[in-house]
Design a protein. Structure first.
Lengths: 184, 366
């Protein structure tokens, strides 16, 4: 029998594989069987996955293509390095971390494609220092507490207070709709 | 306040048992990641930068002292290994911070509800812990401190990307909200796998609480948001709130159906666990966590009376190796730890039972 892989040498090794209860047998020569990794059944040129690669794959950027492409990407990735900390984008892909706040500025064209994979978007829509963006939240909470007071006032038959509280709630709800910076 | 206070105090405020849904949700934690503009991130900064960041942040925090919250500052390098371990087990610092050699420190509020880690992965990690299920309340406390700090510190912020962090998984809001849940019935009925997958699709993660790889030790799960960019704080918190509410409902249903289908088997399991905790002489942390989970379930279902949940919360913290060694007053080998752990649990559960029996009798009089 001839080796299934190289189709040149005589097959001397039999590999039995059981997938989902289906048994299959393959015949290889000794040379091909030696290259063969026990955990990686298919002969794949990208056998030697390194941890770094896994990280960059995780970020959704296949860095390792064929050799030529690899050289190209390597070239573009090493080209830009952060002027503040010296970090390169390649370093970021390998380690998954950035070096300093300025890195975000340096790599601002490349980072969004990473964020698309691991985040819900590429634009910050939350708190901004110096403004109280959570005004909305605070207002909502205040309304809730006034509503409770209103209920109590009605139970106690303090109707004058109840009217005041009701107007207060209306006022705040209006504020919530207009000024309540409801970010998308 | 000195370090002793934080080491000896085994029941910090967030362990008390009076939060909402406290039978299923043990605690809520909010964490904000922040960095200072003009300094490199801790993984690549110099000793000098580390020192400056530490000084600036610590000064800002220690100057608060406006009556309600007082803070104490501790340098990691000056602590003994066991002391660091205990603080990690109390969730006051992270395992990563405990290993830091450069100017890393922690600033803790006196009631232990707030801790700010300085020079961990980011310059600041503001963290707030609260008992039970109170996501928004806990966020408000954290947010208040953050808003105070932003007036005194030059935060690294970018209009497009939000708060800039060392790891891109924290960028944007820098917010991680997590809820520690006890889910024995969902675990027993093999529903956790489905839930975990569902949560992943919703941008959330499920972890074990005793660190990586302890997926369901003691049936404790930590559920937190994964996404930090592209959603506002409010959206993140609301999503988590909704998901957790749903899980609580499922857990309650699963408990009732197990109770209906196999009442004797369930009670047997629960009472055996209680017996083991009260009388065993050798106890590994795995076994202790499992037994505590079963007893907790028994208390929740009313099958065990007279053990307050607060005691069980405390035990959960105490069975960890750092605490056991602190209790013994010396460093111990693994086998020795198992002896002391068993002793500690016997003391905790037998004493408490007597006290609560007295309380129980009073109740009957009323």
């Amino acid at each position: 029998m001839i080796c299934e892989h190289c189709k040149v040498r005589q097959a001397t090794v039999t590999v039995t594989q059981i997938v989902n209860g289906q048994k299959s047998e393959r015949h290889y020569c000794e040379v091909c069987a030696n290259q063969f990794h026990p955990f990686n059944i298919d002969f794949n040129k990208e056998d030697n996955l390194q941890l770094a690669q896994l990280v960059s794959n995780w970020f959704g950027l296949t860095v390792w293509k064929n050799e030529n492409q690899e050289k190209q990407t390597q070239a573009t990735q090493t080209a830009t390095s952060c002027p503040n900390c010296g970090y390169t984008f390649r370093q970021f892909l390998n380690e998954g971390k950035l070096g300093c706040p300025q890195c975000y500025e340096t790599f601002n064209t490349k980072l969004p494609q990473v964020f698309e994979k691991i985040q819900a978007g590429t634009q910050h829509s939350g708190k901004v220092p110096g403004t109280s963006n959570n005004h909305h939240l605070v207002l909502k909470k205040q309304i809730d507490s006034i509503r409770e007071q209103l209920q109590q006032a009605i139970i106690d038959e303090r109707f004058e207070d109840a009217v005041k509280l009701r107007d207060e709630i209306k006022d705040m709800e209006r504020k919530l709709q207009i000024g309540g910076v409801d970010t998308p | 306040m000195n370090l002793e206070h934080f080491l000896k105090n085994k029941a910090p405020s967030w362990m008390s048992n009076n939060g909402a849904d406290a039978d299923i949700v043990i605690s809520t934690r909010i964490r904000l990641a922040r960095n200072l503009d003009g300094y490199r991130f801790p993984r690549s900064f110099s000793e000098q930068e580390a020192k400056q960041v530490d000084d600036v942040v610590t000064n800002a925090l220690l100057n608060i002292n406006k009556g309600d919250q007082n803070f104490s500052h501790f340098t990691i390098r000056e602590m003994a290994a066991l002391q660091r371990q205990v603080l990690v087990e109390k969730h006051l610092i992270s395992p990563l911070l405990a290993k830091k050699e450069k100017s890393a420190s922690v600033v803790i509020s006196n009631d232990e509800s707030i801790s700010v880690m300085v020079n961990e992965e980011d310059h600041l990690r503001i963290q707030c812990l609260a008992p039970g299920f109170q996501i928004f309340e806990t966020y408000e406390i954290t947010n208040k401190l953050d808003s105070y700090l932003e007036k005194h510190l030059p935060y690294a912020f970018n209009e497009t990307f939000g708060y800039l962090t060392c790891c891109p998984t924290n960028v944007g809001t820098g917010l991680r909200a997590s809820v520690m849940m006890h889910l024995p019935a969902l675990t027993m009925s093999n529903q956790m796998k489905v839930i975990t997958q569902m949560l992943t699709r919703l941008g959330m993660v499920v972890r074990g609480i005793y660190g990586e790889g302890s997926e369901n030790l003691g049936n404790m799960y930590q559920i937190s948001n994964q996404v930090t960019l592209g959603k506002s704080e409010q959206e993140i918190l609301e999503d988590l709130q909704n998901v957790v509410t749903q899980i609580i409902k499922n857990e309650r249903n699963a408990r009732q159906s197990i109770l209906k289908q196999a009442p004797i088997a369930l009670e047997d399991r629960i009472q055996r666990a209680l017996g083991t905790l009260k009388y065993a002489r050798i106890m590994t942390s795995e076994e202790a966590a499992t037994c505590l989970s079963n007893v907790r379930l028994g208390v929740d279902l009313g099958l065990i009376k007279g053990i307050p949940l607060g005691i069980l919360n405390e035990c959960m913290i105490l069975i960890q190796q750092g605490f056991v060694q602190q209790y013994a007053g010396t460093t111990l080998q693994a086998t020795e730890r198992d002896l002391f752990r068993a002793k500690l649990l016997r003391e905790m559960l037998n004493v408490e039972n007597q006290i609560s029996k007295e309380k129980g009798e009073e109740k009957y009089d009323v």
